[in-house]
Design a protein around this ligand. Sequence first.
Ligand code: AMP
Ligand code: GLY
Length: 424
Amino acid sequence: MKVLIVGSGGREHVLAWKLRQSKKVKEIFCAPGNGGISQIATCVPLSSDDVSGLLAFALEKKIDLTIVGPEAPLVAGIVDAFEKEHLTIFGPTKAAAQLEGSKIFAKEFMHRHVIPTADFRSFDNIKDAQAYLQHRTFPLVVKADGLAAGKGVVICRDLKDASQALEDMMTSKVFKEAGSKVIIEDCLEGQEASILAISDGQKFVVLDSSQDHKRIFDDDQGPNTGGMGAYSPAPVITKKLMTKITLDILTPTVQGMRQEGIPFRGVLYAGIMVTKDGPKVLEYNVRFGDPETQAVLPRLKTDLVDLCLAASQGKLGLTNLEWDERPCVCVVMSSRGYPGAYESGKVIKGLSEADRQKDVVVFHAGTKNQGEDIVSCGGRVLGVVGFGEDIAKAIQNAYNGAEKISFDGCFFRRDIAAKALKRC
Ligand code: AMP
Ligand code: GLY
């Protein structure tokens, strides 16, 4: 089989690495890929947003399966475009991708299907939104309706914060049209977890749980990032809780989308807050999480290509997935300045030394080849993954790997998976 992966981050590197383990996969292309992916797949210089270019490439190369990493091409309708040409592609259609592409769509959908989530109101003009704030208690959360590269959520401690967030989104248009409508919702308290399921539109299988670390600094301080590390499984998601999440959240989501005539095929990612009143949905994503996937997929023993193919073709068997029981920890190494304006072009040293460590795998995110060197070219540069017999050993392995690597301005959190350690 020939597989095309769309995207260029750590998530796409782990997807390529996982597909390499399948006997069924003969050739892997990745558009556009990165420095690490180029060592195990053929990188194609096409942007992940270039739907017509990707389609032409897939037709020309007779690609058997396309797997889409990021949300933007899904929300733009890449799946519809490929399916029109009878190409097999793993991901939701444009209509189903609204679960991530429009927070108002997602919240109204949850309301219609009685799926637990924070109470909310939506607004399309700032006057009404500002008036509503006057009657509210704080904290609360202001969210841009559309895609905002993970920056469209503001936790507001008081009226001043919330009023400013509305001004930024609706008047200054910092997220362009994505902020022309907003949601104001209750602030939930608890521990977060990421639950990923693979669905064929009717049936679904649930992957093991994971937990992301969104803030830049240790102890969850500082601004939000794309994710500074992850681990799997997340002990906060007990077996009992996973059953509840499956029954109360995943099942009505998959069934609800089907009933509404927009069956969801692809990865359904539910960002969950485990509150004292039970698990509630913070948000849906319609793709693999990054960096959660770097901690989840290395533990999956089942052939990923079988799962993706079956889901794309509406033929998912209710298979029990097979897992490596050992926990996995991913530490993200980032560039100085991230999540703001960051440095790039720094030569990365120690990559093969880190990779040679037992139970360590290095996934590239923002890297590229430059002559003989691999240099940084993104905010999140690498994800160093460690396996271990227990979470303490997995943490130790991941950090042992990270310590071997250096580049000017390199930064990483020192407390990835500390929450899991506390629960053991
Ligand atoms: P998102 O960009 O939608 O992934 O949200 C980013 C982060 O904002 C989530 O991971 C949570 O940490 C936080 N968040 C979103 N909605 C809420 C909420 N209703 N209450 C508390 N935190 C939230
Ligand atoms: N790690 C969060 C996300 O993929 O959106």
